[in-house]
Design a protein around this ligand. Structure first.
Ligand code: FES
Length: 497
């Protein structure tokens, strides 16, 4: 049995649940969930556990299993843990089958895949380290991601949470918004939530609905994902935007020179708002045409939607703190990310390649420079926000790589590198630009063979034709024609950078 070191034990004391992503040398992925059952307070040096020969430390009560349920693939990150006499089980949130955390056995006859865990003292630094058994069917497994499940599983427990469902109109400042859960015909499936969120113009409400929908999905409170249904709803061609956003939408070439912290934060928040839509759009647009997509696909992209919502909130709060006179929506923005979404709306392979492995991977290249600019300006809070964003973005490119390779295998064992390069040649115009962040790209699965010396050959006329007339529509139902739409660009440049 081979073991892989995943973390110093003390790093697992912040939360009781962690998601792990492993990738083999052959490019296979496994998503695992780690449960730490002993309270952090029992894991201090005063309470040191006994060691067995070989330095193994007993009693840490750590269990690892596949993060998807073997029944129909629910995400087990929000499973309930229950103890019976001499066994402890994880209860799946969807149909409540329970699985023994040690053996994976369930009374239903199904069996979840569990992995042995060892905690050993490392004589080099005298620290306890956690090791897990590696999956079979691959070599040289690497840990790609280890992240706490959420604040709900932080240890010590967080304060009592807010009521989960907001059924009344929400008031934010002076703004009155629709309720998070519509009173008429509330969504019952993940596909219905995805389309509702895509059609939500107000960014604050978009974020709140994303949080709510992902929580419902993870805790088994939706009827289904809904992508196999013949009545799955269709996503909009272009997600609507609010009046202020439309007023300030300009040609991408006109949004240049990020001259101040506020301009940078505003531009980054705009990208994140589109990124929330892109995560929901890939599920709503391609789910129904690919009924064989497993629940793990939806787990990855709901996580992405949630991350992008967090990024949007982090950046807009930094914007308010940095420049209270220029809140989100008052500066020039562009919709170029949605142009690529439109160009790739005919093919999941093309969408994964262009949006997640070209655009998002480019983010990995440029983020360190952006972080450095905030650092030079002395804005430590924005540096911290951008570091969180960057770490999340590595995992988003990983998801792009994971599902791109999954699709290549499904579609006849295609070679992922060659297929990716072909998609870029067809669906991109111009060079795939460096300099590249080789280290973080590699972490996400993108070796240089994917992207080096690669040029998109899409002809301009074809690009224009595929984009069609990209038309942003207002989300305001009663936008008065008597109130002429004027540009409202009142940016004060601070030139701190
Ligand atoms: S019991 Fe887990 S998906 Fe059905």
């Amino acid at each position: 049995m081979k073991f892989l070191q995943i973390s110093p034990f003390k790093h697992l004391l912040t939360h009781s649940r962690f998601l792990l992503t492993l990738r083999s040398e052959q490019g296979k992925y496994h998503s695992l969930i780690l449960f730490r059952l002993s309270p952090a307070s029992e894991n201090t040096w005063d309470n040191a556990p006994s060691s067995s020969p070989g330095g193994r430390i007993e009693n840490r009560q750590i269990y690892v299993m596949e993060s998807t349920c073997p029944h129909l693939g629910a995400d087990m990150s929000h499973a309930e843990i229950e103890e019976f006499e001499d066994t402890t089980v994880a209860v799946c949130p969807w149909h409540r089958y329970d699985f023994d955390l040690r053996t994976g056995k369930s009374e239903t006859g199904l069996r979840a895949c569990t992995y042995s865990v060892e905690v050993k003292n490392d004589p080099e630094d005298d620290e306890e380290k956690v090791y897990i058994e590696t999956p079979s069917g691959g070599n040289n497994w690497r840990l790609i991601e280890l992240r706490p499940v959420s604040e709900e599983f932080a240890d010590p427990p967080p304060l009592p949470s807010q009521p989960a469902a907001h059924v009344n109109p929400v008031v934010v400042g002076s703004e009155v918004m629709d309720p998070v859960v519509p009173e008429i015909d509330p969504p019952k499936t993940l596909m219905h939530w995805a389309v509702l969120i895509l059609n939500t113009a107000n960014p604050t409400l978009k974020v709140m609905r994303t949080r709510h929908a992902v929580q419902l999905f993870r805790t088994g409170k939706l009827d289904s994902i809904g992508h196999k249904s013949s009545s799955a709803p269709s996503p909009p061609d272009v997600p609507p935007r609010e009046e202020s956003f439309l007023r300030n939408t300009v040609n991408p070439g006109k949004v240049k020179g990020r001259k101040s912290l506020a301009v940078m934060l505003h531009a980054l928040a705009n990208v994140e708002q589109w990124a929330i839509d892109l995560a929901w759009d890939i599920m709503a647009r391609f789910g129904p045409s690919h009924p064989d997509l497993p629940p793990a696909f939806f787990s990855d992209f709901t996580k992405m939607a949630l991350d992008e919502s967090k990024h949007f909130s982090l950046l807009t709060s930094r914007l308010s703190a940095t420049s209270p006179t220029t809140p989100y929506g008052t500066m020039p923005v562009h919709a170029s990310l949605w142009e690529s979404a439109t160009i790739t709306s005919h093919s999941l392979r093309s969408r994964l390649a262009i949006i997640h492995l070209v655009h998002e991977a480019r983010g990995l290249d440029v983020n360190p420079g952006t972080i450095e600019r905030f650092r030079r300006a002395g804005d430590a809070a924005s540096v911290a926000a951008m570091e969180i964003i960057h770490a999340d973005e590595v995992t988003h490119v990983t998801s792009g790589h994971r599902w791109f390779t999954w699709l290549c295998e499904k579609e006849g064992m295609l070679d992922p590198v060659e297929t990716f390069r072909e998609e870029v040649r067809k669906g991109w115009r111009g060079n795939v630009k460096g300099p590249f962040n080789i280290g973080d790209r590699e972490k996400a699965g993108l070796t240089p063979a994917f992207y080096e010396h690669l040029t998109g050959e899409m002809a301009e006329e074809e690009m224009v034709q595929k984009k069609g007339t990209l038309k942003l529509e207002t989300g305001l139902k009663d936008l008065s024609l008597a109130d002429p739409v004027k540009p409202q660009v009142t940016v004060e440049y601070e030139d701190k950078l």
